[in-house]
Design a protein around this ligand. Structure first.
Ligand code: SF4
Length: 285
């Protein structure tokens, strides 16, 4: 870990989908180190974390310059609730600035340590302007602990949703044979919507290599399937899932091939939850 001072808090981030979004990260680098994380493609990014101690002050100066109706993402180059957030409280201070400025915000976390619960008071103040996305694909280096970590994350999503906060559990990526949807639906309350996406990684890239090495170490019998996904992309897996869960009110897909276009996280999450829904129903907008 190293402490740094930054000049610019709001970064434009290019998602793998080709979309550009506004991102604010208190930390650069991520100790969770998901093997499939698209940040691995940036050689300057690693699990060694830089702590941006002055980020809230920098953000206060920049936030008013954001174009109207902008959405700011927390959780692009790091998880906002890694354990060190307990000590530095930078995510909390960022949220305070965004909440005060009434900026629509999407918060993404795969941390299981429970620090996220500390900030419920701010989440409530945001109201409808905050969407909390809880990631369930938190891969741990032990095959037997993946399911229990998934249940930990589902519990967090359920608690936030039960508190009346706009919360989405997401399985992105869906990892066939490792994080199965039926298991996820059992762990989630009926009222917690689930968003699913495939394993989109650059063929031949660092994330693909890391994912394959994870599968080889812990699920060797799945290697032929994962080599196929790396070679051909996850679309055939995803179209099978779309068929299987068509009409299921609890499951939505972050990308749908509609007329050749792709719908992704940034547009779909706030849009879907703003629409009238019953029992946590997810509707593709
Ligand atoms: S938690 Fe998010 S930022 Fe961290 S490694 Fe995983 S996908 Fe990347």
């Amino acid at each position: 870990m190293r402490i740094i001072s930054i000049r610019k808090a709001i970064q434009k981030s290019l998602l793998p989908s080709g979309e550009t979004v506004f991102a604010v990260d208190a930390y650069d680098g991520c100790e969770i180190a998901c093997p499939y994380c698209y940040q691995w493609e940036d050689p300057s990014w690693s699990r060694v974390v830089a702590v941006k101690t002055n980020i809230a002050d920098a953000l206060s100066k920049e936030v008013e310059q954001l174009p109207q109706h902008s959405i700011v993402y927390l959780g692009d180059r790091s998880d906002p609730y890694m354990l060190m957030e307990k000590r530095f409280q930078l995510t909390r201070r960022i949220l305070q600035v965004l909440c005060l400025s009434r900026v629509e915000t999407v918060l993404i976390s795969k941390s299981h340590n429970g620090t996220i619960m500390r900030d419920i008071d701010i989440f409530r103040e945001f109201g409808e302007r905050l969407t909390i996305c809880i990631g369930l694909s938190h891969l741990v280096p032990n095959r037997h602990r993946v399911a229990s970590r998934l249940r930990d994350m589902a519990r967090i999503a359920n608690r936030l949703k039960a508190d009346g906060l706009r919360t989405v559990a997401f399985l992105a990526p869906f990892l066939p044979g490792i994080t199965e949807i039926e298991e996820v639906l059992l762990a989630l309350d009926e009222t917690t919507p689930l968003a699913v996406d495939g394993l989109w990684v650059n063929k031949g890239g660092r994330a693909a290599a890391r994912t394959l090495s994870y599968v080889r170490a812990w699920w060797p019998e799945l290697m032929p399937m994962y080599e196929g996904i790396m070679e051909n992309g996850p679309e055939s897996q995803m179209s099978r899932l779309r068929q299987q869960y068509r009409g299921n009110h609890r499951v939505g897909f972050l990308r749908s091939a509609i007329g050749g276009e792709t719908r992704v996280l940034s547009g779909l999450i706030p849009q879907a939850e703003k629409q009238p829904h019953k029992k946590g129903q997810w509707r593709e907008g």
